[in-house]
Structure formats: structure tokens, C-alpha cells
Ligand binder design. Structure first.
Ligand code: SDX
Length: 389
């Protein structure tokens, strides 16, 4: 009983809602955004086009895309007081803490998007979140390394603008690599939505109470932070570094099978995919291409490849249908793109924002949507009268 809906989608789960946005077939390893296969979008689309598709249900014409991109570009700057808010954190604050707090605080800055009965205010809130997430993310990173927070350069495209805010320093011109920009845009596409994952379900649950979109998405950011969910990409890199060398892989795989050891292979397994995560396949190929083009020779990639080879042959993993997921390779690419480890989950949040806001918008106009109220199996004391021993 989820309290939202009790649909039985026919495979033994209890669906928490209806949605027309993303379809996953976990057994076949299929992922469709509004009906389009993820591999086709990865090859042919862009992150802003995919964001439009998720929000509106159809691919935009060239004119519609240009208008959407202009609108997003118009909203990339943050309120100066929001910038001051970010600068109130300790320098060693984790950027996910800063991102969650600053997104929640947007409801205190942008009052013209809080009337949820007004479709235009709802749409503008979605645009603002997509537009400002990179600005807030880059600002959190820059603050943490003691560099000046950079303003968004609106002459750049969405992903280039983010990279510029992340890496441009006053003392020199930033040479933006097209390879890095293309890889980052593709990674954002692959993370854009994923049905009712923990963070999206959180956005829907919070949104179902009538909370504003900034509060709902901030809740999603905090859910994403966990190492079992979006925090896995950061955990994968740490784990590969701990394993250190391909010769230690066999021991790591044995540890992951030991029920008395909390050690799990980060980047492996999935609540829904019991086959290869289609995104992992795309990222795996992109990893080799990007590292080759950048001339990066990362020993952690060798460890990852050996880990994958061992796990895919091991009965324990095969029987439990544990395959590499989206997080297994993304960290290696982020590292090659010189993204600091503590920013990995922040990048996941930038990519997932169009999915979160699309689900929030969908829920706002669903006549069947009610407040989320999951039920429980009670395991406590039977009824008893008050008496003290
Ligand atoms: C994401 O939901 C989404 O869509 C999420 C996501 C998205 O786009 O939003 O796809 C992104 O979060 C991907 C997942 C990232 N997390 C990790 O990589 C962390 C490592 N993975 C595990 O924590 C785990 O696989 C989960 C959390 C992802 C899934 O957990 P489940 O559903 O509880 O795992 P399961 O019940 O299907 O596991 C079955 C068995 C269990 O053993 P038995 O009790 O049957 O003996 O497999 C074991 C588990 O202990 N197992 C693992 C394992 N994952 C599951 N054993 C070793 N290493 C692992 N990684």
C-alpha cells in the first residue's frame, strides 16, 4: 500500500503513481524517454533538447528548441543574496549540502513561481531549476576551493556554460575542449530521468503535499546524495582507488559476496535492471573514447575493467543478476574530465533536474494525484492498558 495508488503493474511490484515520462524494462535493459530509446537520444540529441522532451512530451522543432534554450539562458543567474547565502558555508562543506540548501532557499527568492494553481508559474519554476542548477553547482565548487564564483556566460551553450563557471579562472582564458563538453552533455542526457527512482519518488512525495517545486526538488537532491543511489558514482571511485590494482580484484569480489562484510561492489546491481543498465553500456564505450581522445591513461580504468570481467563471470553475481549500473563508469569519466570527486553526485543532480521537474509538473496536473501516504506492516506491541511496574 503506497497511499498514492495501488496499481499492480503486473510484475509483483506496487506502483506508486502513473507516469508517461520514462519507461524501463529491467529484464530487457530497455530505457525510453517519452518513447525514444536512450541510445538514440544519446547519439542524436542534446541535453537541452532532452530536457524539453521530458517536460513537454514531444521533441521540439528547431524554433521551439531555440526559444526554450533562450528562456533557460535568461534564468541562469542567481540572486546576489543567494550567492551570499552560499558563501556563508564553511569552505569544506560538501557541495551536495550547499546545493540542497540553496535550492530549498530558492522558494525564499523567487516568489513569482509559488502559486501552484498558475500553470505559467509552474512552468517558470521548472525552467528556473533547470537554468540555475549548474550555476549553483559551480558556485558551490568554486567556493569550496577558494576561487571566485563565476557568473554564467550566456553566449555559451548550456553545458559549455557550466564548464566555464567550473573551471575559468581570472588569470587566464579557458580553452573549452569540445570533447569534454560533448562527453558532459551526453552524461547529462543519460542521467536526465529514470522512472520512480528514490530521488524522483521523493520529489513526487513531497510535491504531493502541495510543497513548492524548490522544496520538492531540494528533497530529491538529498535523497540522491546517498551512496546506494546517486552517491554511488563517488563511492565507485573511492572503492576502485582502495582496490588499487587489478591483482586485488579477486579479493574484492570475494569480500562483496561475504554476508558478514558490509562491503558491496559500488556501481553494481540495481533495483530494477536485472540485465545490463543500457546507460552503463553507453558510458562504458564513451569512457574508452574520451580517455583515448584526451590521452588519459587511468589505472583505475584497468581495475574497473578487471572488476567487471570478474563479476560478470562469478556465479554469485550472475545468479543475482548484478550488472554494472550507470554509476560504475561515470566516475572514471568525470575524473578524466578533471571533475573533483565530491562533485560527482552534484553532476548527477544537474542531469536529473529535468526529470525531477517533469515528474513534478506531471503530478500537478494529474486529476487522480493525491497526497502520498505509504502504509506499513505494524510489528509493535498489541493494544494494552496504561500501568507502570
Ligand atoms: C542508481 O533506482 C534507480 O533507477 C537508480 C538509478 C537512477 O538512475 O536513478 O539507476 C541510479 O542509484 C543506480 C544504483 C547505484 N547504487 C550502487 O551502485 C550501490 C551498489 N548497489 C547496491 O547497493 C544495490 O545493488 C542496490 C542498492 C543498487 C540495489 O539494492 P537491492 O535492490 O536491495 O539489491 P537486491 O535486493 O536486488 O540484491 C539482491 C542480492 C542481495 O543478496 P542476497 O540477499 O540475495 O544474498 O544481491 C546482493 C544483495 O546483497 N547485492 C550485492 C550488490 N547489490 C546487491 N552484492 C554485492 N555488491 C552489490 N553491489
Amino acid at each position: 500500500e503506497t497511499g498514492l495508488f495501488t496499481y499492480d503493474p503486473g510484475f509483483g511490484a506496487t506502483a506508486s503513481c502513473k507516469s508517461a515520462i520514462t519507461y524501463i524494462d529491467g529484464d530487457q535493459g530497455v530505457l525510453l524517454y517519452r518513447g525514444y530509446p536512450i541510445d538514440q537520444l544519446a547519439e542524436k540529441s542534446s541535453f537541452t533538447e532532452v530536457s524539453y522532451l521530458l517536460m513537454n512530451g514531444e521533441l521540439p522543432s528547431a524554433a521551439e528548441l531555440a526559444k526554450f534554450e533562450d528562456e533557460v539562458t535568461h534564468h541562469t543567474m542567481m540572486h546576489e543574496s543567494l550567492k551570499a547565502f552560499l558563501q556563508g558555508f564553511r569552505h569544506d562543506a560538501h557541495p551536495m549540502a550547499m546545493l540542497a540548501a540553496s535550492v530549498a532557499s530558492m522558494s525564499a527568492f523567487y516568489h513569482d513561481t509559488l502559486d501552484l494553481q498558475d500553470p505559467e508559474q509552474r512552468r517558470l519554476a521548472a525552467i528556473r531549476l533547470i537554468a540555475k542548477m549548474p550555476t549553483l553547482a559551480a558556485a558551490a565548487y568554486r567556493y569550496s576551493i577558494g576561487h571566485p564564483i563565476r557568473y554564467p556566460r550566456n553566449s555559451l551553450g548550456y553545458t559549455e556554460r557550466f564548464l566555464h563557471m567550473m573551471f575559468e579562472v581570472p588569470s587566464e582564458e579557458l580553452e573549452l575542449s569540445p570533447v569534454i563538453a560533448k562527453a558532459m552533455d551526453l552524461l547529462f542526457i543519460l542521467h536526465a530521468d529514470h522512472e520512480q527512482n528514490a530521488s524522483t519518488s521523493t520529489v513526487r512525495l513531497v510535491g504531493s503535499t502541495g510543497a513548492n517545486p524548490y522544496a520538492s526538488v531540494a528533497a530529491g537532491i538529498t535523497a540522491l546524495w546517498g551512496p546506494a543511489h546517486g552517491g554511488a558514482n563517488e563511492a565507485v571511485l573511492k572503492q576502485l582507488a582502495e582496490i588499487g590494482d587489478a591483482k586485488n580484484v579477486a579479493k574484492a569480489v570475494e569480500r562483496a559476496k561475504d554476508k558478514n562484510d558490509p562491503f558491496r561492489l559500488m556501481g553494481f546491481g540495481h533495483r530494477v535492471y536485472k540485465n545490463f543498465d543500457p546507460r552503463a553500456k553507453i558510458i562504458r564505450e564513451m569512457t574508452h573514447k574520451v580517455l583515448g581522445e584526451l590521452g588519459v591513461n587511468d589505472p583505475l580504468l584497468d581495475v574497473a575493467m578487471k572488476l567487471e570481467e570478474f563479476a560478470l563471470k562469478d556465479d554469485y553475481f550472475v545468479e543475482r543478476k548484478l550488472y554494472p549500473n550507470v554509476d560504475f563508469y561515470s566516475g572514471i569519466i568525470y575524473k578524466a574530465l578533471k571533475i573533483p570527486t565530491e562533485m560527482f553526485t552534484v553532476l548527477f543532480a544537474i542531469g536529473r533536474t529535468p526529470g525531477w521537474v517533469s515528474h513534478w509538473l506531471e503530478q500537478q496536473v494529474d486529476p487522480d494525484a493525491r497526497i502520498g501516504r505509504p502504509r506499513q506492516i505494524y510489528t509493535g506491541s498489541p493494544k494494552r492498558d496504561y500501568a507502570k511496574a
